[in-house]
Design a protein around this ligand. Structure first.
Ligand code: NAP
Length: 333
């Protein structure tokens, strides 16, 4: 029988890639979307799946709307991708971040427990929960957590409440501890996309400088399209568990800049980058590098897109998009 999935955060980067994957697997896909005066489905449109999703209005801070969404969708699988997902904003909006990223998950779990207790639940956990733990080696599922931002602290609460509902009520609940993953539809506030968008705009003469924080931070960057596949695989496994999803490689922001400017054939990137203390974190997180050996062993998952390919894919897409925007503006004149 055709399966039904409910995806929160469907308009985000991962929501769009996951919706595409589930539709390819013949799921009926419901997406929870916040009401907006200017609704935008551009990520789903970019991947060509916007019209294939059934939308339900709702908000993770509003318990009534969550109950209503589960009642309407009667999902077999629920993927909770909705979040205040930008670490930087979590210092400015710590309470909202906790309301969405922590309390929103309890509301969702309670609604599932009451209405569809046999549905499977995926929680978008994050490598940010590790903080600077085990800086010298690979982070594993057994590395102690030491969150360094209101975002990561709220996500850690969610991680534990998800485990707790699994243990307390026998629900199928899985945490995917995902390391950074990017794509041409990554939000422009995130450093990778800020760079590739900036590079495209510099190449096409619309901008001169990209303003960034700490260039020495190291991250384990993968491709979102690969990572949503791991989410789905966790939900198909016989037993619920928590898995790291990562590439096992780490690179500095400097490395990212180097590759991105080279791809756009712009020399001397240092002339186009300014360090701006506003973009440094109050509590810095230096190195993230995860071991995905458990996911490889138990789910047979492995990342396909390499770091260099990822940077090139993003730069190429942004150059194409900005070129199109310039043409559209010229045509309107
Ligand atoms: P994203 O592009 O920022 O998408 C987040 C989505 O959540 C948006 O569609 C947003 O809706 C929705 N949302 C925010 N607050 C909401 C609320 N109160 N009620 C309902 N929906 C709400 O994030 P992403 O990169 O796809 O990440 C997906 C999830 O994985 C997030 O939980 C993130 O924290 C987590 N994660 C991401 C990474 C990564 O590297 N990308 C790594 C680890 C974990 P609007 O469109 O209305 O704003």
């Amino acid at each position: 029988m055709r399966k039904t999935a409910l995806v929160t955060g469907i308009n985000g980067q991962d929501g769009a890639y996951l919706a595409k994957l589930l539709l390819e697997k013949d799921y009926r896909v419901f997406g929870l979307v916040r009401r907006s005066t200017r609704p935008s489905f551009h990520n789903l449109e970019y991947l060509g799946v916007a019209s294939a999703v059934d939308y339900i209005e709702g908000d993770l801070t509003d318990e009534v709307s969550i109950f209503q969404a589960i009642r309407l969708a009667r999902p077999d699988e629920i993927y909770n991708l909705a979040a205040q997902s930008f670490v930087g904003s979590s210092w400015d909006q710590p309470i909202l971040t906790a309301e969405i990223n922590a309390m929103g998950v309890v509301k969702l779990l309670n609604a599932i427990k009451e209405l569809t207790p046999h549905a499977r639940f995926y929680q978008a956990s994050t490598s940010e929960m590790f903080g600077n733990s085990n800086r010298a080696g690979l982070q594993t599922e057994n590395t102690p957590f030491h969150p360094r931002s209101p975002y990561a602290i709220a996500k850690l609460f969610a991680y534990w409440i998800v485990n707790n509902y699994k243990e307390s009520y026998g629900m199928f609940c899985a945490n995917g501890i995902l390391f950074n993953h990017e794509s041409p539809i990554r939000g422009k506030e995130f450093v990778t996309r800020k760079i590739t968008d900036g590079v495209a705009r510099i190449k096409l003469g619309l901008q001169d400088t990209i303003r960034l924080g700490n260039l020495e931070s190291k991250r384990d960057w993968g491709f979102a399209g690969d990572y949503v596949e791991a989410m789905w695989m966790m939900m198909q496994h016989a037993t619920p568990d928590n898995y790291i999803v990562s590439t096992g490689e780490t690179h500095t922001i400097r490395d990212f800049l180097d590759l991105a400017f080279r791809r756009a054939e712009i020399k001397n990137w240092k002339d186009h980058v300014a360090i701006d203390p506003r973009f440094k974190r109050p509590a810095e997180l230096f190195t993230l590098q995860g071991s995905c050996s458990k996911a490889a062993r138990k789910l047979k998952w492995k990342p396909r897109v390499k770091f260099e390919e990822l940077v090139e894919m993003m730069v190429d897409a942004d150059i194409e998009r900005v070129t199109q925007e310039i043409k559209n503006t010229a045509n309107k004149r």
